[in-house]
Design a protein around this ligand. Structure first.
Ligand SMILES: Cc1cc2nc3c(=O)[nH]c(=O)nc-3n(C[C@H](O)[C@H](O)[C@H](O)COP(=O)(O)OP(=O)(O)OC[C@H]3O[C@@H](n4cnc5c(N)ncnc54)[C@H](O)[C@@H]3O)c2cc1C
Length: 376
């Protein structure tokens, strides 16, 4: 029997790769640290480039049905005064949905290949393929190993040693309000602080805050975020914010994460590679983290299925993906730098420039983000 491709991490990118390979008859095994795929996380925006990958995987309709169609995104001042509007409809549509709903759709049909509560302990490269030791003590031969295990990737550490993610200078809180909010994605830019509201269902709104702050210490048992923190940082915001936050459920889960980027000179070595956040975590300012993991998964899946030469397939896939990912990472960082400004004069200039930019020019500038070359 052909040795499987081992995918480490049943998140967005790992499951998408498992779908892409399974559909082409390539055997896969997915191992996931978590003992159960709990509905953790909050909301995500999937723009048209992400939806194109999901359509190719045959999962686009299920994802659209699980989420909420987004016609556009509006940027406003902290008081709710419009600064710029982007039409998602003009660029092929977008969906807002809970991360757990996307993960559920991506996991469909993979139950037999998924091993929960398991991680990777060691990698032993062979002449062809890789021998791995799993946390349950089993030793397996694999055709390739793909680290899709997120920002704090253990596969990355096994490959390259400790690589410290680069802190972007701001932290975040994410939460879900069980009530409708604005009809389209709305982000309000305050002083060193942004607040976003995204419809992810007929009566569910995903909320997030990004706030300039020192990096939190990397401790394992860090206290979770709280609603009190969200309400304190949200207090200066007007527009739709007070009405939505009045509906917050006390004690509802709030996710607090610092915002990091990952930069690597190489994403892999031999028959082992990384994808998604493990390879190139980016700031969330363009809502493209999950989309990049999906694009990576599609491209890697095509290359792995097309040839028996695994190192060549991984190298070609990385060469194709790297310029695209680095451009999006850069663009996202710049949006964050502008959005997190604190100085009053600079903020006034920024807001003026945004108001004076014609909608068509702003739309054109975002076009490259949504059009992607998935074949080759
Ligand atoms: C719990 C969680 C909640 C999130 N919530 C949001 C959100 O609300 N909004 C948002 O925009 N983005 C969120 N993200 C980030 C977003 O999903 C990712 O940026 C994006 O989807 C990139 O996907 P990825 O597949 O590279 O990584 P991820 O989607 O992060 O998936 C990584 C997977 O690997 C697993 N894993 C980690 N370490 C190991 C290990 N050592 N062995 C085996 N498996 C391992 C994780 O449990 C996870 O299932 C969240 C990520 C996680 C893990």
């Amino acid at each position: 029997m052909t040795a499987p491709v081992l995918i480490v991490g049943a998140g967005i990118g790992g499951l998408a790769l498992a779908q892409a390979l399974t559909r082409q008859g390539v055997p896969v095994r997915v191992i996931e640290n978590a003992a159960v795929l709990r509905p953790v996380g909050a909301g995500l925006i999937l723009a048209s480039n992400a939806l194109r990958v999901l359509d190719r995987l045959g999962l686009g309709d299920a994802v659209r049905a699980a989420g909420h169609p987004l016609s556009g995104a509006q940027l406003t001042t902290d008081a709710g005064r419009p600064l710029q509007t982007l039409s998602y409809t003009a660029s092929g549509g977008a969906v807002g949905l809970h991360r757990a709903a996307l993960q559920r759709v991506l996991a469909q049909g993979l139950e037999g290949q998924l091993l929960l509560g398991t991680t990777l302990r060691a990698l032993h490269p062979q002449r062809a393929g890789v021998e791995v030791t799993l946390s349950d003590g089993t030793v397996q031969r694999c055709r390739a190993v793909v680290g899709a295990d997120g920002l704090h990737s253990s596969v990355r550490a096994l490959l390259f040693g400790a690589v410290a993610p680069r802190y972007a200078g701001y932290t975040s809180w994410r939460f879900v309000v069980p009530r409708p909010g604005p009809a389209q994605a709305t982000e309000l830019w305050g002083r060193g602080c942004r607040l976003g509201l995204v419809p992810i269902g007929p009566d569910q709104t995903y909320g997030y805050l990004t706030v300039n702050a020192p990096e939190q210490p990397p401790q394992v048992a860090r206290p979770p975020g709280t609603m009190a923190e969200v309400l304190a940082h949200a207090a200066p915001f007007g527009g739709p914010v007070p009405a939505v936050l009045a509906r917050l459920v006390p004690g509802a889960p709030v996710i607090r994460t610092d915002i990091h980027e990952v930069h690597l000179r190489r994403w892999g070595q031999g028959c082992v590679t990384l994808l998604g956040d493990a390879a190139h975590a980016m700031t969330p300012n363009l809502g493209q983290g999950a989309a990049m993991a999906l694009e990576d998964a599609w491209v890697l899946g095509q290359h792995l299925a097309a040839t028996a030469d695994v190192p060549a397939a991984l190298a070609r896939s990385e060469a194709l993906r790297r310029p695209r990912v680095e451009a999006v990472q850069r663009q996202s960082r710049r949006v964050g730098q502008a959005g997190q400004l604190e100085d009053g004069a600079l903020r006034a200039l920024r807001d003026l420039a945004m108001r004076l930019t014609p909608a068509a020019a702003a739309q054109r500038a975002s076009q490259g983000l949504f059009s992607v070359h998935l074949d080759g």
